[in-house]
Design a protein around this ligand. Sequence first.
Ligand SMILES: C[S@@+](CC[C@H](N)C(=O)[O-])C[C@H]1O[C@@H](n2cnc3c(N)ncnc32)[C@H](O)[C@@H]1O
Length: 208
Amino acid sequence: MNNNYDKIANHYDTLSRLVFFKSQVNAQINQLQYIQENSRVLIVGGGTGWILEELAKIYTRGLKIVYVEISAKMITLSQKRNYKDNHIEFMNVGIEDFKTDVLFDVILTPFLFDNFVEQRAAKVFGQLNEYLKKGGVWFLVDFSLNKVNGNWWKWLLLRSMYAFFKLLSIVEANKLIDMAFYFFEANYLIVEERLYYGGFIKATIFRK
Ligand SMILES: C[S@@+](CC[C@H](N)C(=O)[O-])C[C@H]1O[C@@H](n2cnc3c(N)ncnc32)[C@H](O)[C@@H]1O
């Protein structure tokens, strides 16, 4: 299991909208207004690429985007998107194998870390932290459970999702990792935090 969504790439967006309506989408769209023009943007695990069209609604040109996706099918779907005149470099590799000397202004990891076991999450956090400029922003969107918003239905839904993805041998994780811990340890500041879907989805913008 390497968290590759090839098996469900063609149905992923439909499934997401079926369960979460547009919450997963809205959580990400709201963050995009924080991107400055002509930014260098790294998107990791962007899925079918709908976010590229949302970015193109804000800036029709000037963005320099690197789009890292482990799923070849997701890459193929993303390449068909209308991203206007923005420059996109599609990289069909796991983020673990993506190396760069270029630093980014913005990093997006939407619903990426909830696939990972702690060891991988820690490694990928450290790697991406190196790729983000000082003063750059990191858009973290993931499922969230804590003592304050840990209602029974969230636990049930999360367990069902992990069971579903285990059945298909896609996702390695069994539980959510507390990613905020890594950001605070690396002295990031919170610029904005919003909850969606009754608090089950948390969208945080961190500044390095
Ligand atoms: C839960 S889906 C989220 C898709 C998209 N962000 C969205 O919200 O619609 C996670 C995506 O991350 C990709 N992924 C998982 N592990 C990855 C890795 N190590 N490197 C790059 N992409 C990865 C999967 O193939 C999948 O497309």
